[in-house]
Design a protein around this ligand. Sequence first.
Ligand SMILES: NC(=O)c1ccc[n+]([C@@H]2O[C@H](COP(=O)([O-])OP(=O)(O)OC[C@H]3O[C@@H](n4cnc5c(N)ncnc54)[C@H](OP(=O)(O)O)[C@@H]3O)[C@@H](O)[C@H]2O)c1
Length: 235
Amino acid sequence: MANVVITGANRGIGLALVREYVAAGDRVYALCRVPAQAAELAMLAEQSGGRLTLHALDMASGAGVAAAARAAVGEAPVDVLLNVAGVLGGETGAVTSTRFDEDDFADWHHAFEVMTVGPFRLIQALLPNLIAARGKAMTVSSQLAASTWPFGGMYAYGATKAGVNRVMMSLAIDLRDQGVCVASIHPGYVQTDMGGPTADITPQKSAAGIRSVVEQLALDNSGNFFKWNGELHPW
Ligand SMILES: NC(=O)c1ccc[n+]([C@@H]2O[C@H](COP(=O)([O-])OP(=O)(O)OC[C@H]3O[C@@H](n4cnc5c(N)ncnc54)[C@H](OP(=O)(O)O)[C@@H]3O)[C@@H](O)[C@H]2O)c1
């Protein structure tokens, strides 16, 4: 039974990953902004025989990210850490920091806190737990990180994802000697609140793919940017 930590666990790809890992018999720490409002997670937790617990974590809370993660996980070894939480831009998730005439740069900072700095803070905070398990940290990025995916607009979002890929690659190099694998992944174009109903694949399919890529992740392929189907994503 692996110990698995998942952010953005209350809906979308994060929730589908929680289902995957719980169904596989693992112990899941589900981190989300407002556990009291996470009805589906709470229902899953009730049926999990104590293998799923809910914990509050706001990825935009600065130093609060580390404190919340440590409070949630304690001394438990972490086999898998999944950074999933994301926003398209803007504190409400509205697509704002995507326009050339954007003049509220608070959106940019917020997006970076949630999708670039937050994942780094989380790995920093849980490093002893990851080392104890010779664990793996996988960050959900996006094809919009890649220079090979020409797409205008979405300035802040694309920049945070390109940034986090680079951060994860550096961490993979720095943590290799301690037995910790780090990588990033494009989850597919997924039918969630973010992807919309006409996207290519279901959250279940994306989550199953991500879990399989995490299983294959090892020190010799650590630092890569993957696709949900296991291929390497050029970037
Ligand atoms: N869907 C796609 O096609 C697609 C494609 C490429 C990459 N991605 C990436 O995949 C990841 C998951 O996306 P999704 O499609 O599942 O999106 P989603 O359905 O919109 O879910 C986003 C999740 O992130 C959480 N979140 C947002 N801000 C947060 C914060 N400050 N602190 C903690 N949690 C926060 C949300 O929690 P709340 O309910 O509290 O807001 C929610 O659980 C994201 O990183 C996204 O960029 C998605």
